[in-house]
Design a protein around this ligand. Structure first.
Ligand code: FAD
Length: 302
């Protein structure tokens, strides 16, 4: 169960990128600049989130549809089952399937009031991520990713309960887990070992969050139970008003984390892009993922 290089990966590193659906025209323009910049890196898929309480259903669908119709990328639609009946969730699955979506990221979701609010399953709904996976599996031949929490989900009383939920999602048909972001690679490694010991063999892909704004990341981490190590705070100390140095440090921090994971045998990475390309592009470059266009331009100049 140790981190030996998995034979199916070989030396090829594969990446996926996560976007959120834009709220207005300005954000939409920024997202499409980002998509255009990252598309030549040929990610395995790009995923589009689904807002708290299912609040972005239409915007998620519109974004996924645009990716399908205007790019060469393969979209994965996030879906949640919070605050929705089974009938409503099944209708959303059919809507996505009708567009040609073949990949999903299946989540329980958080209540509309946001992370930290008490979760109550909809009386006629799917109760958790595992039940949603089951619904997707029954609806078609989809590639289904689910969440995993290297520091355990804040609602899990212990790691055993947390891993048990992951196991239920796998048993229902999940083929990949994507982790919550984390900054301490030892925590990730320990979690994967726990999962393997529990008989979970699907890829557990690390979710990497490049730190665009340390203060925001620290606040958000506190709410979702991810540890911000003292050394990380130290690195960004005093840089709030120096965006240029902040970005250089963020790129170095993310590259360091990813390269260490590569050393440990990890071959797949999921990047939380925050709809911004710069840091993700730089880190991908560091792990040898090159833009197809750049190669063409380089060989033409040679
Ligand atoms: P589940 O896998 O169903 O459960 C998570 C954990 O909670 C389990 O490990 C389990 O131990 C514990 N748990 C659940 N129910 C109980 C219970 N009754 N008693 C005790 N413990 C319990 N949110 C969105 O709204 N939209 C998104 O697009 C989105 N994308 C995400 C993508 C990734 C990769 C990740 C990691 C998270 C994402 N989230 C998203 C956040 C996610 O919805 C929240 O973390 C939510 O609180 C849990 O959803 P889940 O699918 O992980 O839950």
């Amino acid at each position: 169960f140790r981190f030996s290089r998995r034979p199916d990966i070989g030396d090829k590193i594969r990446v996926s990128f996560e976007f959120f659906p834009p709220k207005n025209d300005e954000m939409e323009a920024r997202l499409w600049d980002t998509v255009t910049r990252l598309e030549p890196l040929q990610p395995k898929f790009v995923s589009v989130t689904y807002g708290a309480g299912g609040s972005t259903r239409e915007r998620t669908a519109r974004t996924v549809n645009r990716i399908l119709n205007e790019t060469t990328l393969t979209p994965a639609a996030h879906m949640t089952c919070v605050d929705a009946s089974r009938h409503e969730v099944d209708a959303v699955i059919q809507e996505f399937a009708g567009m040609g979506v073949t990949r999903f990221v299946a989540l329980r979701g958080d209540p509309a009031e946001g992370v930290g609010a008490a979760y109550r399953p909809h009386p006629g709904g799917y109760a958790n991520g595992a039940e949603l996976v089951g619904a997707l599996k029954g609806a078609g031949d989809f590639d289904i990713s689910v969440s995993a929490y290297p520091e355990k989900h804040p609602e899990s009383p212990d790691f055993a309960t947390d891993i048990d939920m992951l196991k239920r999602k796998v048993d229902n048909g999940a083929t990949r887990a994507i982790t919550q972001f984390f900054f301490d690679n030892d925590l990730y490694e320990r979690y994967v070992e726990r999962a393997r010991r529990a008989g979970i063999y699907i890829p557990i892909v690390p979710g990497i969050l490049p730190v665009h704004n340390f203060t925001q990341v620290a606040n958000f981490s506190a709410r979702c139970g991810a540890l911000v190590p003292a050394w990380l705070a130290e690195r960004f100390d005093g840089l709030q008003k120096d965006p240029q140095t902040h970005a250089l440090v963020a790129s170095a921090v993310a590259a360091e984390q990813v390269l260490d994971l590569v050393e440990r045998g990890v071959g797949d990475f999921h990047f939380y892009t925050m709809n911004r390309a710069d840091l993700v592009f730089a880190v991908c470059h560091m792990i040898g993922i090159r833009s197809h266009e750049a190669e063409t331009a380089g060989s033409a100049a040679a």
